[in-house]
Design a protein around this ligand. Structure first.
Ligand code: ADP
Length: 842
């Protein structure tokens, strides 16, 4: 990856993590209620805890009020209850009732005496805001009556800190008034008195509050509250207060099993043994007495909108607080920097998962990954809350997740979009170089013109921070696909129109393209060629096995890889053989010389004409080197002899006759060869006319009669009487027939007979020339129509000839769509038969 790209990636990661973390932390700071809400949810999800045995509530409840009348009652009643409870020897009796105003002196004293008698009673005081004319918000203690206070073993505050949602989550361990007069919480005092400890046995360090040997691990953490402590008369120390999260065992009424009605206790209906070694909390639970507060178990999200769960009376909150300390179930919240770190880790996880989900089924994978991460965060939070009593920073984590996820997706789509831009850039480059001058149907612009007209600048390099707009992509792609499709079509057309046979195959030989010419050459429709195997097709079409591609496909492929092309000649065709040059070449990957090929291209170029010329050239060479040289040597030799030596007159005459005959033969040979060549190369055109074959034969035989007469050979005519007409070139036909009859005369002994007959056979006229000559052996018979072929014979040594006559004859007959055959028996004679198609009747 280029370093610029890596840098960009890193910047994105840092950006996403930073933004997500800041968002998470800001949310947690600005909306603390959210975390409280999550905490409540987790506590409710956790459910109830076992009810502690050692806590007993003596409740000033509705039945007590019904029985004893309107509250407040005479303090003497409470004094009697204290005596009764105390008889059971509880650890501590805590009075969650304020005794701030004095009533009748006797009554107050009766209570004070009872408290003193019990010796282990903790009483409560409350910090209140006093509004005076001069100043507002002056906090001071609503103090207990001095006689009651002095009788008590401990005094604790009953202030419950409620949050914005009105619920009491925490208890402030210590509170002080503006003068620095402080009280520990009533729960703390209950424990202290219950443990039989002196007030100075509550100590505190920075992180821990000790009640005797009990450790309450709460560091001072409230920044917006201050606690003034009066150490001496003059000095005030200001410290930050500590909070203890109350671990509620369940909703209101959870202590019901250990709650006794005040009236029942008063009337001795409860055995004193029930209070032995218990923490006895006396307080109001009756709804009419007010003083009820919401707890995490009070929630309002039922479908009908009703609030679920009753508000909790103060004495139950006290019971829960005491239980929290007794069980040592202290919830710790994490510090801000750990919360921030976790939020950052969540953001990193989101980025990591987004990268992981890249590729196929990306959206589905993203969905699964993100849901998984969400569930993991929630379960993890619940896990640490439940097992480790840690209040997790659930809000920063969830907000970080919710912020990082769309940002990571945005980043992903920007990267993908930039990738598309790059691909488009590559396409544009290809489009510019690929047949850019072709204007074919849809190709209306060159890319340059188009880009100029759209005012588009192409930047092939990455590095721009933002990719191009979707509109740009759509437009450019539409233009590119249009052009490239048109050009592909053009290339397709061009390949199809090629006058060479073209076959394109996969490396395994499967033909994927065949043009029209290839179809013609292989004599199959293109559609049938496609899908078949290239090597099998070529081997099947080849007429000469020695030319065929007889080695294995593997060898062919390796040769193609090594040499990139194979060239060989092929002969194809059933009736008429045609010659082709087959070229096989490999399609190799661009700029890569690996041992790999993408496909095979086979071309078939027609070289039939060239091949014919080559043959003519060979024949001419043969003619000159063999056939012409013999008569020339004779002429040369004899003429030299005649000029340089005195030769006897008879010999001279003989020599001159030979020179004459040989030079005539030379001339004839050249003429016949030229005739033949002209015929073969179709230079000589036949002039077709309707001719009467009998006339032609008469004409031929008339010319040959003298030759036959010389050898005393009789020519018998045996023509059929019906008038038949053939279509042909009279001159050529006479030449052909002359050759046949002249041969019959030449290659027959003297005083023999030649029969020339005609006969109509179907659509043809059959002309036979039968002699009683030397005949032709079976082995030589197939060769007599070859050029320059002559049968060496003792009897015919003097018969001059060129070996071209029959070849020429055959050419002429075939030019007339006719046929020539021969039957022969050595020493008994030969029959040459010519078939000529009859002229169509008019
Ligand atoms: P040439 O000029 O030698 O006659 P041709 O092509 O006409 O050449 O004939 C080829 C050979 O076929 C001759 O050399 C001859 O030996 C043989 N041949 C042709 N016609 C006859 C025939 N009627 N009887 C026997 N042999 C024949």
């Amino acid at each position: 990856m280029p370093s610029a790209q890596r840098l960009k990636k890193t910047i994105w990661v840092i950006l996403i993590v930073a933004v997500a973390t800041i968002a998470g932390m800001t949310c947690a700071w600005r909306a603390p209620g959210l975390n409280r809400y999550a905490q409540d949810l987790m506590m409710r999800a956790r459910g109830r805890l076992p009810v502690p045995d050692e806590i007993v509530i003596v409740a000033i409840d509705e039945p007590s009020i019904r029985q004893l009348g309107q509250f407040p009652w005479e303090r003497d009643l409470t004094a009697r209850v204290l005596d009764l409870v105390s008889a059971g020897k509880p650890k501590v009796i805590t009075l969650d009732i304020l005794y701030a105003e004095s009533t009748e002196t006797e009554d107050d004293e009766a209570l004070a005496d009872a408290i003193k008698r019990a010796g282990n009673v903790a009483i409560s005081e409350q910090l209140i805001e006093e509004q005076t004319a001069v100043e507002s918000g002056h906090s001071t203690w609503l103090r207990s009556l001095p006689e009651i206070k002095s009788a008590a073993a401990g005094v604790g505050h009953v202030n419950v800190g409620t949050e914005q949602d009105g619920a009491a989550h925490d208890m402030l361990l210590r509170l002080s008034d503006d003068e620095g007069d402080s009280r520990w919480a009533l729960a703390v005092e209950t424990i202290r008195v219950g443990d039989n400890l002196n007030p100075d046995e509550i100590r505190e360090t920075n992180n821990i509050v000790y009640i005797g040997t009990r450790e309450l691990p709460f560091s001072a953490q409230e920044h917006n509250l201050s606690l003034k402590l009066k150490d001496s008369i003059s000095d005030l120390t200001v410290i930050e207060p500590r909070r203890m999260t109350i671990d509620y065992i369940g909703p209101t009424g959870s202590f019901a099993a250990n709650t006794y009605s005040f009236a029942d206790v008063l009337e001795n209906r409860i055995a004193p043994g029930k209070f032995r070694n218990k923490y006895v909390l006396i307080g109001a639970t009756a709804a009419t007495l007010g003083d009820r507060i919401a707890t995490p178990f009070v929630h309002s999200e039922s479908s009908d909108g009703d609030q679920n769960g009753d508000l909790m009376p103060g004495v139950e909150i006290l019971a829960n607080s005491v239980n929290t300390i007794l069980r040592g179930r202290f919830y710790q919240s994490v510090s801000d920097w750990i919360a921030g770190l976790l939020a950052a880790i969540v953001a990193i996880a989101v980025i990591f998962l987004t990268r992981l989900a890249e590729g196929r089924f990306e959206a589905a994978k993203q969905l699964v990954a993100f849901s998984g991460l969400g569930v993991f965060i929630l379960l993890g939070c619940y896990f640490v809350f439940f097992y480790f009593l840690i209040i997790p920073p659930i809000v920063p984590m969830i907000v970080s997740f919710a912020t990082a996820a769309p940002l990571a997706l945005l980043n992903r789509s920007l990267v993908a979009s930039a990738g598309i831009d790059e691909r488009i850039g590559e396409l544009l480059a290809v489009e510019k170089s690929l047949l850019s001058n072709v204007s074919y149907q849809a190709v209306t612009h060159s890319s340059e013109n188009y880009l100029q007209s759209k005012n588009i600048q192409i930047n092939h390099q990455r590095g721009k921070f933002f990719p191009r707009s979707l509109e740009w992509k759509t437009q450019t792609l539409r233009f590119l696909t249009g052009n490239l499709i048109a050009r592909s079509l053009f290339v397709d057309r061009a390949l199809r129109s090629l006058e060479e046979g073209l076959l394109i195959a996969e490396p395994n030989g499967l033909i994927t393209f065949a043009n029209r010419r290839a179809g013609e050459i292989l004599d199959l429709p293109e559609k049938r060629i496609m899908g078949s195997n290239l090597f099998l097709r070529l081997r099947g079409a080849e007429k000469k096995p020695e030319n065929a591609l007889n080695f294995s496909e593997q060898t062919i492929l390796q040769t193609l890889i090594d040499q990139t092309s194979i060239k060989r000649e092929m002969v194809i065709g059933e009736d008429e053989e045609s010659h082709y040059i087959l070229r096989l070449s490999a399609v190799i990957p661009h700029g890569d010389d690996d041992n790999q090929i993408l496909g095979i291209v086979a071309t078939l170029s027609d070289i039939t004409h060239y091949h014919e010329l080559q043959q003519v050239r060979n024949e001419v060479i043969m003619l000159v080197t063999h056939e012409l040289r013999t008569p020339l040597t004779a002429i040369q030799g004899m003429s030299e002899l005649l000029t340089e030596h005195d030769v006897l007159p008879e010999a001279r005459l003989r020599m001159l006759a030979t020179i004459n005959a040989e030079s005539k033969r030379l001339g004839r040979m050249i003429n016949e060869y030229l005739d033949l060549t002209r015929l073969e190369s179709r230079i000589q055109k036949a002039h077709f006319n309707n001719v009467n074959p009998t006339d032609l034969l008469d004409q031929t035989l008339l010319l040959l009669e003298p030759l036959a007469a010389q050898r005393e050979i009789k020519i018998v005519r045996c023509f059929e009487t019906t008038q038949t007409i053939v279509s042909g070139d009279p001159g050529m036909l006479v030449q052909a027939l002359t050759n046949i009859v002249a041969n019959a005369i030449k290659y027959s002994p003297k005083k023999t007979k030649i029969t020339v007959s005609t006969e109509t056979e179907g659509e043809s006229l059959k002309i036979s020339v039968k002699d009683e000559g030397y005949g032709i052996s079976k082995e030589q018979l197939p060769r007599i129509f070859e050029k320059f072929y002559r049968i060496p014979r003792r009897q015919t040594e003097d018969a001059s000839g060129t070996g071209l006559g029959l070849a020429l004859t055959q050419q002429i007959i075939e030019l007339h769509d006719g046929k020539i055959t021969v039957e022969s028996e050595p020493d008994s004679g030969s029959t040459f038969t010519v078939y000529l198609p009859l002229a169509p009747e008019r």
